[in-house]
Design a protein around this ligand. Sequence first.
Ligand code: ZN
Length: 224
Amino acid sequence: MGAEIHKLPMGICNCYLIKEKEVILVDAGPPKQVGKFRTALQKLSTEPHDISLMLITHGHYDHIGSVSEVKALTGCKVAINHREKEWVEQALRPMPPGIGIWGTVMAALMRAMVPFMKFPASSVDIELGDEEFPLQPFGVNGKFIYTPGHTSGSMSLLLETGEAFVGDLAMSSLPMRIGPGMPIFGDDRDTIKASWRLLLDNGAKWIYPAHGNPFSAEVLSKAL
Ligand SMILES: [Zn+2]
C-alpha cells in the first residue's frame, strides 16, 4: 500500500502531508498559517508531534513563511538544499524573474510587495546536497531529489509510487496560469525542463504542484 497524501490549504501555497509509516510535511506555506495547519491536522487525526520531517521544496516566501511556527508546534526537523538554507535562517526574500509576459508583470507586482513580506526566521536542521536524499529512514518510501530551474536550490519529493511534489517546478492554476505547465517565475526555462526530464526518468506519474491541482506527468513529457 502506498502513502496517504493530504493537501493542506495554507493560504496561496499547497502544503502536503505524506503519511506512511511516519509523517512528512512538504513546505510550510506563507506566514501566519499555523492556525490553519493545526486545524487541518485535527481533521486528519494527526498529532503535531507525529510529523518528524519538513521538506522544503525551495526558499520562496510563500513556502517558508510559516517554517518557524510549524517547527515550534511539531518539533520536526527542517530540511532544505544548501543553496537556500540562509533564506530560511535569515528570512530572506529574493524574488524570482518572470517567465513570459504574464510572469514578468506578476514578478514586478511581487517586487513591489517585498517590504510587506515579513516572516520569522528559523533554524535549519538538515542541509541537503544535490545527491538524492532517501526518505526510508523517515518512514516514507521515496526520495527528495535535486530539481533546479525555478530556483537554483529547488528540490522535489518523489514517492516510489510515482507521485511527485515539485513545489514551483510546475504550476497549474490561476492567477499563475491557465492549465498546468511551466511556472510563470523561474531562473531558467531550460533547467526547468531538464528537471522535468529527471523526474520523468525517475518514474514520476503524477505532479503535485504548490499552486493548483495535481495533474498527469504526461503534461510535462508532452511539453519537453
Ligand atoms: Zn517559488
